[in-house]
Structure formats: structure tokens, C-alpha cells
Design a protein around this ligand. Sequence first.
Ligand SMILES: [Zn+2]
Length: 344
Amino acid sequence: MRATLMYAAGDVRVEDVPDPSIVEPTDAIIRVTSACVCGSDLWPYADLEPTETGRPMGHEAIGLVEDVGAEVRTVKPGDLVVMPFAFSDGTCAFCHEGLHTACVHGGFFDGLATGAAQAEAVRVPLADGTLYALPVGEDDALMPSLLTLSDVLGTGHHAAVVAGVKAGDSVAVVGDGAVGLCGVIAAKRLGAEQIIIMGRHPDRIALAQEFGATDVVGERGDEGIARVRELTGGYGVQSVLECVGTERAMDTSMGIVRAGGAVGRVGVPHYEAIKGAQQMFYDNVTVAGGPAPTRAYIGELLPDVLEGRIDPGRVFDRTVDLDGVSEGYRAMNDREALKVLIRP
Ligand SMILES: [Zn+2]
């Protein structure tokens, strides 16, 4: 089969690799019908040390089950399934608590042991706990939106959940990438009254406003903080959705959260420490978040997608086949594309 491999920063190739096969009796093989490039794939695209074997890429997919191991019970060949970016058994203490990304038998589709999703097929460990069968056909018009259940919609939702968003709240979303835009959807879905998007790409801001953002702050740093405080009577927001992962984004988040509020962070942190321990303490500020247990959220979010109440698939603004994946990375890295859908 053909699969995407990253050999070094900026060096993405699609090559022939061995077809995946059942290794454990709990595995499934899915033929990928839709995958995508993630904002987090841009981190190695910027700084991956050269590797001779190449790193298989991709952790978001919808596909058709092609084969299952002897112990798989909940999905069968022919099922259309969504694959969360982490695999999990669905049975351990953490899975029962809804934190599938901490599953004691789980892990991430990091590409090394498990294969990866920007490919014609992928091996999915712990298929019963991981995969979610979709009640639609593979040509359904909702496919882009359904694909966001794999990562970005669930991740934006997680930011809102851990930041404690509830009806009537003021919320700020730091970052106008696909996760931030899904954070806007999530905040509105949970009833937030004021949703401030912090970003400066005009097309993304326009989409954020269509998704429910009520205010836009394009300024950064101290200016951005001052502007958010102005918009919230000087207090700051009750919930901050930090959807970037840089030190500046975290500094901004800590600068705009009000006393008693919370910062929900879902951007992979590229900083050593969170500043502002004194302020966190005296203002009773909560900082929460981490890798989203998107598997836990599919059941809750799916009906809103199927019934058209939310349309997160609009974050995809470019579609490529496998031959176009390398160009897709470049376009996302250069901020020409917001999020790239791959149809292998
Ligand atoms: Zn588990």
C-alpha cells in the first residue's frame, strides 16, 4: 500500500510500504477513506531530525473495516468507522472515567509501532475500545464533519469541558487554527454567551464568527490581554481555551482568565513551565487539560453533526489525494490552508 512518511523537517514522501496485517487478536485493519493533516503534524514538519526509515504520519481517519482479529466483537468487516487519535481498550479504570487517553493499555498513533492514518490502510489496536461505527455510508456529505470527531472537534470540546464552560459564560479562544475554531463551536454548544476569538487570519476569523464567536481580538501579547479585559468589564473571561501550545499563547491565557476561572489547554505545550504561580493562587485560577479523550466524546457530539446543528467540517479548506500530501503539508505550514483533507 501507499503511505505517508516524514524523513526530516519539510520532507514528506508517499511511498510503497507493506500492507498492514492483524498482529494481535484485538486488532482491526481499516481501509482509509478520509484522513487529514493535523496542526500537531506541523511540529515535526518544522523540526524533525533526519531519519533513514521515515516516520509514518497521520492519526485522524475514517475508514472501512477490512479485517478483524479473532477477539474483536463490536466492529466487523464492511463497517464505516471513525478512528480517534489515541487507541484505548474501553474497559480499564481510566476508560470508564472517560479519560481514554490515559488508558492503561492504550497509546497514540505515533506511527512507529502501529502504522499511521495518512495511508491507504492502517492497523488499529484494541479495535473494540477504539473504533466507533458510523451510521452513514462512505459517500455521505457529512464526511468532513464526521472526520473531525477523530481529533479537532473532540479536542476543541475537551478544551471547553476542562475550562468549565457553561451557559451564560464569557469564553476566550486562543488560536484560530482548526482546534480553536472547533473550540468556538464547543463553547457555543455549551451555552457560552460571549465568545472572544483571538487570532488574525481574516478567513479563519470569519469562520469563527459563523461558528458563534461574538468578539474578535487580533492584538497579541499585552495588547491582546488588555483588549480582552476591556471586553469583559476589566475582569477577564471565565474560561480560556488555549488551542496553540506556545509559551506566548499560555502567557496570554493566564493574562485573560478572571479570578475563579479556568484555562483549558489542548495545544501540545512547547514551553517548560506555566508562569504566574502567584496570580494562579491568589485568583483561584484552575489550569487543566491535556490530550483530549475524543473517543469519550463521540457519542455526545455525533448527533449534533448528523442532525446538522454543528458543521465542524468547514475547517477543511483543501482536499488532496496521497500524491498531494506533501503539498498539503506545505500549504498548512505556510498558513495557505487551514486544514487539509486527504482522500487516499
Ligand atoms: Zn482503557
